[in-house]
Design a protein around this ligand. Structure first.
Ligand code: CAA
Length: 388
């Protein structure tokens, strides 16, 4: 067994680090403060192929593997988690349903412009009354008598990149004109079509530069050609997409934790108290040792989950368990590590002069979105026990 990265992966990681540290890190605090969407750096990420890492080149992507994706996500998130969120939505939540379930025409029309970074995509599963219990969504898509289009009505909430997305993958309960229900289906909707509106923008604790809003669909006419997969297949599509997406969030968590740890390590060497570097005190040493160990465990779970996804692509197997374990452990490690790193910095950690308080605020979302820690534990335990 060889735990080292290949030369190609090292090159990709170094390129992502260079871009993230030179272009994103210097503007991260400014965009966190203003809450504006960082269009220029996101466009630049698209030019480097980071908005469609695993999407084949014929559909505007980079055609790289799942390991490359987590390496890129971790580096971008170490510089700024908000950029990481935007990158992850385009790559996973928007890209995967189209790549895995879309028709050739849908890939050409809806995937290519997003994977190439020309426009942004979004994923709309959550509704005001249905977060963890995603199946209880109320948005409705009713097929017309002539079978040519669906009329979609409903409200989606917490939609990352919602305010800036050109296309959104939307999930809705589907009905035929006679009122017969056929389960949840997935659709691509165009934000430039009548019936699409952005509602309330969410003011957030962290990842403030990633734009988040409600989306309201009012008698939105969606051609049948824009339905992804079969009628009633939508929930399985949503879950398959999250099996990929959760690995990206695990990688984001790893990146934030690594950045916080490196800052704490440096500070513990430089900062003097009682005549010594604070890093020589056992209380600080214990924290640093635990931080490093937990980060390393996260890294292994993230890489293993990416490897499992790569294997799943070839064999048709599922990577749900690896994906949930990586997200659960890496996100809780991220929250814990950023807490410790802030504490090691004392008052300076609480100040906006340093990025520690931003890492701490940004970390929290990783335990919530793309399935809370409670949901990850539920899925893992169901898979392990076979019980519900
Ligand atoms: N892959 C494929 N199919 C799956 C699946 C998977 N990973 N998991 C479940 N399914 C299938 C099941 O096989 C089942 O199919 P059948 O009906 O044919 O048997 C069907 O889906 C229903 O499964 P369950 O009975 O397990 O469904 P449930 O309602 O009990 O629980 C859940 C499902 C795991 C709790 C799910 O609702 C869930 O993951 N909830 C969390 C939602 C979530 O993560 N939201 C995040 C929104 S996106 C986001 O956060 C974006 C952002 O801002 C960046």
């Amino acid at each position: 067994m060889d735990f080292s990265l290949t030369e190609e992966h090292e090159i990709i990681q170094a390129a992502a680090r260079e871009f993230a540290q030179n272009e994103i890190a210097p503007v991260a605090a400014e965009f966190d403060e203003s809450g504006e969407f960082p269009s220029d750096t996101i466009r630049a990420a698209g030019e480097l192929g980071f908005m469609g890492v695993e999407i084949p080149e014929e559909y505007g992507g980079s055609g790289l593997d799942s390991i490359s994706y987590v390496l890129i996500m971790a580096e971008i998130s170490a510089a700024d988690a908000a950029h990481g969120t935007i990158v992850s939505v385009n790559n996973s939540l928007y890209g995967v349903p189209l790549l895995e379930f879309g028709t050739e025409d849908q890939k050409q029309r809806f995937l290519t412009p997003v994977a190439s970074g020309e426009v942004n995509g979004a994923y709309a599963l959550t509704e005001p009354q249905s977060g963890s219990d995603a199946r209880s969504m109320r948005s409705k898509a009713v097929l017309s008598d002539d079978g040519k289009y669906y009329t979609i009505n409903g409200k989606k909430s917490w939609i990352t990149s919602g305010p800036v997305a050109r296309y959104v993958v939307v999930f809705a309960q589907t009905e035929h004109a006679d009122g017969s229900a056929c389960g949840i289906s997935a659709f691509v909707v165009d934000s430039e079509t009548d019936g699409f509106a952005c509602g309330k923008h969410e003011p957030k604790l962290g990842i403030r530069a990633s734009a988040t809003c409600e989306i309201e669909l009012t008698d939105y006419r969606c051609p049948v050609e824009s339905r992804i997969g079969d009628e009633g297949q939508g929930f399985k599509i949503a879950m398959t997409v999250l099996d990929s997406g959760r690995i990206g969030i695990a990688a984001q968590s790893l990146g934030i934790a690594q950045a916080a740890y490196e800052a704490a390590l440096e500070y513990s060497r430089d900062r003097k108290a009682f005549g010594s570097s604070i890093g020589s005190f056992q209380s600080i040493q214990n924290k640093l040792a635990d931080m490093r160990t937990r980060i390393e465990a996260s890294r292994l779970l993230v890489l293993q989950a990416a490897w499992a996804k790569q294997r799943a692509k070839k064999t048709g197997s599922k990577n749900t368990l690896n994906s949930c374990m990586a997200k659960l452990y890496a996100s809780e490690t991220c929250m814990w590590v950023t807490h410790q790193a802030l504490q090691i910095h004392g008052g300076m950690g609480y100040s906006k002069e340093l990025p520690l308080e931003r890492y701490f605020r940004d970390a929290k979302i990783t335990e919530i979105y793309e399935g809370t820690s409670e949901i990850q534990r539920m899925v893992i335990a169901r898979l392990e026990t076979g019980l519900r």
